[in-house]
Write a protein of this length. Structure first.
Length: 457
């Protein structure tokens, strides 16, 4: 995963050190030597993450962070504070100023790289939602407009096998007004998360009665119902190598023992506030777009929205250099389904196809109905080999599982043919890219259907 990182530090040696480390990990690095220039660079360059020194003359990191959070253009950029300060009160002060994390010097490389990747991944999801709002011609809603500034009580699941430790943390959380469910078993915790769709946060120990707490983290991220649920991991200093794995699995924040009450509550507030912002953004987007930008039968995006979205993603290639792939597919001999089983059965097939495609592509990929039984999947940051793998997976998933027609015992085997095209040219138009995908689709049909063809650009 590549990203643009802004480093703000008044010490040239520190700037060069972090720049060398991050560049070696294939990140693009920007630098600023003081707070005001850091604020200007953040607003102008819109980086994916900011590494912010705390102890700077004139304007310290706490004030820089507060100003970043006050600016709607920089409010959503993750901030990691880096400092020699080790007092818990300083960490809490940084978190309350709006920082996402607080790393102490000398910075452990494992923790640094894992945290950067984790926060960039979260920002990518938010950016995708905001991009879709903008593509739809909607005003981008900021956190304050969704009530993200203040956090009342939250619903928290606390998973810890050590009774006294669990009860102490639960007491801290309840004292702050949160509703807490305590569990000491990973299986029960997973079932609870899947059944409670109002849950705001999971706090889980890395070890739960001899069980690996990271297993729960991985299961939550692989399930649609809990994919975006924040996870706060509790661990010992000696567990640092496992922390990197946890962040890669999707852990959103972490705390080392012994737990400080104020730091716990500050991190919990941050995670609940982010959770509610994300959910509010999704709900607003769903409501505002459901009529104007989606196909009423299948729930996929419509052609007009898809083309607007593609134009935005093509322009982004000039900045990111990341390829854009499209898969154009249609259902083989779909007319026979309508003629033999009726249009109601045909509608069932189209709806099921869209569900299966959605289950087998990423959240950042966009599925649109192109017309009739033709559909398009737009895949940002996807090269030709990756796009072909996705198309083959979708094709197999559809062909291998018959579709049962609603309210009948009829099962239909439905296949698709797909054409894939990829571009790294920001000047290419949506029409041109789709035309190349259509030519590849024709090739797949000509060679016997139920297959994928790729047209190299």
């Amino acid at each position: 995963m590549t990203a643009r990182i802004l480093i703000v530090d008044d010490t040239p040696v520190n700037l060069r050190l972090f720049e060398a480390k991050l560049t070696a990990e294939y990140f693009e690095v920007l630098t600023a030597g003081d707070g005001p220039s850091g604020l200007d660079a953040a607003d102008r360059e819109q980086p994916d993450l900011i590494l912010l020194d705390v102890m700077m003359p004139g304007m310290d990191g706490f004030e820089v962070c507060r100003r970043l959070r006050a600016n709607p253009r920089t409010r959503h950029i993750p901030v990691v504070m880096v400092t020699a300060l080790t007092d818990v009160a300083d960490r809490v002060r940084g978190l309350e100023a709006g920082a996402d994390d607080f790393l102490s010097k000398p910075v452990n490389d494992i923790a640094l790289f894992a945290r950067v990747r984790s926060l960039v991944r979260l920002k990518t999801l938010v950016d995708e939602l905001r991009d879709r709002q903008a593509a739809a011609g909607l005003e981008v809603i900021d956190e304050a407009a969704l009530g993200g500034g203040e956090v009342g009580h939250g619903r928290v699941l606390l998973v810890d096998g050590h009774q006294r430790h669990r009860e102490r943390l639960a007491g801290y959380l309840r004292g702050a007004g949160h509703e807490v469910t305590e569990l000491a078993d990973l299986r029960a915790a997973l079932e609870h998360c899947q059944s409670d769709n109002q849950l705001d946060l999971v706090v889980v120990s890395i070890e739960v009665d001899g069980q690996d707490g990271l297993r729960l983290c991985g299961q939550l991220r692989s399930n649609d119902a809990t994919r975006y649920l924040p996870i706060l991991l509790v661990l010992e200093d000696m567990d640092l190598p496992r922390l990197a794995k946890g962040l890669d699995l999707g852990v959103t924040d972490y705390l080392f023992k012994p737990i400080d009450q104020n730091e716990l509550l500050a991190r919990v507030r941050t995670q609940i506030r982010r959770r509610r912002y994300h959910e509010g953004l999704r709900l607003l987007l769903d409501r505002s777009m459901s009529m104007a930008y989606t196909d009423p039968l299948t729930g996929a995006y419509n052609r007009s929205y898809m083309e607007t979205y593609m134009r935005r993603k093509l322009r982004e290639i000039a900045e990111t250099g990341k390829p854009l792939a499209v898969m154009l597919f249609d259902l083989d001999r779909f007319k026979e389904v309508n003629d033999t089983h009726g249009h109601a059965a045909g509608d069932d097939v189209l709806q099921t196809v869209c569900r299966r495609v959605t289950e087998n592509v990423r959240d950042v990929d966009l599925l649109a109905r192109y017309g009739g039984e033709e559909f398009v999947v737009v895949m940002p940051d996807t090269n030709a080999a990756q796009a072909r793998l996705v198309a083959e997976r979708v094709r197999r998933r559809l062909a291998d599982l018959p579709i049962r027609v609603k309210d009948t015992s009829t099962e239909l085997t439905v296949t698709l043919s797909a054409g894939v095209a990829v571009t790294e040219d920001p000047a290419e138009s949506p029409a041109s890219l789709l035309q190349r995908a259509d030519a590849a689709l024709y090739e797949a049909k000509r060679n016997g259907r139920n297959r994928v063809a790729l047209l190299e650009g």
